[in-house]
Design a protein around this ligand. Structure first.
Ligand SMILES: [Cu+2]
Length: 114
């Protein structure tokens, strides 16, 4: 509760994913190129790459950000509402294929899964 975090959304796929985080507004910080080691499946920020600023239409507070392929997209999130929520890709086929994850703010509340 009350924490501010930078979330890094690494997109090692070939598609852009509109990522939606429930119950909060966030700011887009920047994006940066990534490289994927195809043998080990490890992903890292591309050596020597520089972060790029958000797009002109991405200033202010958002609830969805497009994670471009081959990039890490960084967002600054602040958690002010206790509860259990989800964050997910807004493409239905993707969210139906595990691109939907839970997150919790604060302690477990009655009726929530642990
Ligand atoms: Cu997607």
């Amino acid at each position: 509760m009350g924490a501010t975090e930078i979330w890094e959304l690494y997109n090692a796929s070939a598609d852009a994913h509109p990522m939606h985080i429930h119950e909060l507004a966030f700011e887009v910080v920047n994006r940066q190129s990534i490289v994927v080691n195809e043998e080990t499946r490890e992903v890292q920020v591309a050596p020597g790459s520089e972060p790029t600023a958000p797009e002109p239409w991405e200033t202010g507070r958002k609830d969805t950000v497009i994670a471009y392929p081959g990039q890490v997209t960084r967002v600054r999130v602040q958690f002010n509402t206790p509860g259990q929520y989800v964050w997910h890709c807004h493409i239905v086929e993707h969210e139906d294929n595990e691109m939907m994850r839970p997150y919790r703010v604060g302690p477990v509340q009655d009726g929530q899964p642990e």
